[in-house]
Design a protein around this ligand. Structure first.
Ligand code: ATP
Length: 556
């Protein structure tokens, strides 16, 4: 298939605000996709990786501009100006191609396969010379692109498709293209996606083997599924009342991981599905020594402890290891970890995602060595008596942990959803994790530093960020310095003292209330937002959802 055909489809998606129409357009694309169906399920929303693969091409906007300049002969500064004018590097790319001052000698056409393979290839480059190779590859593609093609190639590279196509749209379109229109067709696709986390597999299965094939898809080792998320309970009493057979567990303030075990091979994935095996050799060793299963997926909260006080070290401190490349052994020695296991999603070749929590936990109990100190089951109690629960809650807080999780023992695991199978009880007002999209240089003494952060939540329906306010206060000098260091490399454009940023940094934000507001495109604004720290473990798509902001507003 020529890439120009896909571009036509993108333009049609862009032209309609209707989700139903978008679904119909994509269903048609998928039905005619032939061999390219797996690739198109990703490209339709600007992705070349499955959800379980790290979604990082390793390409910055400035590298893309350089490649554009190489391909077209247009000066990089001019491309930068167009980008500021249009607010979109894709549109700037289209302009650069229209104003091309050189033509390539060996012009080839752009096929979907070529674009897909080239972009996936970019992520494999490492070490010296990798930037040059990536620039050359992108320049080659853009050298053969029409202006419309360049627009979408660049948007795919920098992750700004903005076509209003989310996971839900892909799911509905696959159901429509390949299943009869029974009521539960969409749910069949959704279930298959939950357990595989991979629309490439789901798409081909739906087409080639229909409903039956989808029903047979199961979770697999080393293809992590998304984490089930918790709802916030109003309080302990409320949590106990809303779950019939509750299990109470400590809510640890650590790093949530899924540990995949296949004999001697052990890999550790974060909640963002990043593979952090190299960063956590101590976790690997603990699991190797203490978990007795041929195959398993253990879900756990990993906490680093201060060896002198025995208290957990703050997560902000501990999470620095996620990005570390050096001195890992020293960090591991300074803060020995405990793996607090709380779920088992796969065991000795049985996928357990759909099994009841009580079954998953009895299997979990059976695979952990009871004498182990490094891998232990999360502290828990099975009770619905408020008094016992309150005492247990007090114990959790005394131990320096965050609060309690209250879980439904009869429920399955619902990957990626914030369902009521798991409630969290914490003493403070629930903070939000928000993406920083804009910042302003401060005034006076602090004029070197970026502050005044504009914050956005994530609208999962259309995969877009929505702004929810600006944070002025609560920042110490040290924090302003750290914020500036983190944000400066992300500046996309500057107007006066305001810098527009690539949305990559997520911060935890405390606030007093949520109010309606016409100032921000979410329709809401946080009252008195305060900085609660960086969430280096989260990416923009893990930020709090627009739905949640709306619900918090309605509930308050
Ligand atoms: P928070 O900021 O409150 O941790 P979150 O947005 O990071 O919330 P939620 O799903 O809302 O994530 O809250 C549940 C989180 O609590 C899990 O992601 C996990 O990291 C952590 N956690 C700690 N202890 C447990 C436990 N025993 N069972 C499940 N999750 C736990």
């Amino acid at each position: 298939m020529e890439y120009s055909q896909l571009v036509e489809c993108y333009d049609r998606l862009d032209a309609t605000p209707s989700t139903l129409e978008k679904t119909a357009i994509l269903a048609e694309l998928f039905a005619d996709a032939g061999d390219l169906l797996p690739e198109l399920t990703g490209l339709a929303r600007g992705r070349v990786f499955a959800s379980w693969e790290p979604d990082d091409l390793g390409v910055s906007s400035s590298l893309t501009v350089r490649a554009l300049s190489d391909a077209t002969g247009v000066d990089a500064d001019r491309i930068g100006d167009w980008r500021r004018e249009t607010g979109d590097l894709g549109d700037a790319a289209a302009k650069a191609v229209e104003n091309r001052v050189q033509t390539t000698l060996f012009s080839g056409s752009l096929s979907v396969r070529r674009v897909y393979d080239t972009l996936r290839g970019l992520a494999t480059y490492e070490g010296p010379g990798s930037q040059t190779r990536a620039t050359d590859d992108i320049a080659d593609l853009l050298g053969d692109a029409s202006s419309d093609e360049a627009r979408y190639v660049v948007r795919t590279i920098v992750g700004t498709m903005r076509l209003g196509v989310g996971e839900g749209t892909i799911r509905d379109a696959l159901a429509r293209a390949f299943l009869d229109d029974a009521d539960d067709a969409v749910r069949a696709v959704e279930r298959a996606y939950e357990v595989t986390n991979d629309f490439r597999v789901v798409g081909e299965t739906a087409r080639d083997r229909g409903r039956e094939g989808l029903d047979e898809l199961e979770a697999e080792l080393f293809r992590p599924v998304k984490a089930m998320l918790a709802r916030k309970a109003e309080g302990l009493e409320d949590a106990l009342e809303s779950i019939e057979r509750p299990l109470l567990e400590y809510k640890y303030d650590g790093m949530r991981v899924k540990i995949h075990v296949d004999g001697d091979e052990i890999r550790v994935f974060t909640r963002r599905l990043e593979d952090v095996t190299e960063q956590f050799p101590d976790v690997v060793e603990a699991v190797r020594d203490e978990v007795t299963a041929e195959t398993a997926v253990v879900e756990a909260e990993v906490v680093g402890y201060d060896p002198e006080t025995g208290r957990p070290i703050p997560f902000q401190e501990f999470s620095k290891r996620i990005k570390r490349k050096t001195d890992i052994d020293e960090l591991a020695a300074a803060h020995p970890v405990t793996v607090h296991a709380f779920d088992l999603l796969y065991h000795d070749d049985d996928p357990l995602v759909e099994a009841a929590l009580s079954d998953r936990l009895s299997r979990l109990e059976a695979v952990i060595d009871p004498g182990s100190e490094t891998v232990v089951r999360a502290e828990h109690v099975r009770t619905d008596a408020l008094e016992t629960a309150e005492e247990f809650y007090g114990d959790a807080l005394d131990a320096g942990q965050e609060g309690l999780m209250v879980k439904n023992l009869d429920a399955g695991y619902q990957p990626g959803s914030r369902v009521g199978y798991m409630l969290k009880v914490k003493p403070t007002m629930e903070p939000l994790d928000l993406v920083v999209v804009q910042a302003k240089w401060s005034a006076g003494r602090k004029s070197e530093w970026l502050g005044r952060l504009r914050l956005a939540c994530w609208d999962a329906d259309c995969e877009e960020l929505r702004e929810v306010g600006r944070m002025f206060s609560g920042l110490t000098d040290a924090e302003l310095r750290e914020i500036t260091e983190k944000l400066e490399p992300l500046i996309e454009s500057v107007e006066g003292r305001t810098a527009k940023l690539r949305p990559e940094v997520v911060v935890e934000v405390e606030y007093e209330a949520i109010q309606e507001s016409t100032k921000y495109d979410s329709g809401y604004a946080l009252r008195f937002p305060r900085f609660g720290g960086f969430r280096d473990d989260l990416g923009p798509e893990d930020a709090d959802r627009f739905e949640r902001v709306k619900r918090l507003y309605e509930d308050q």
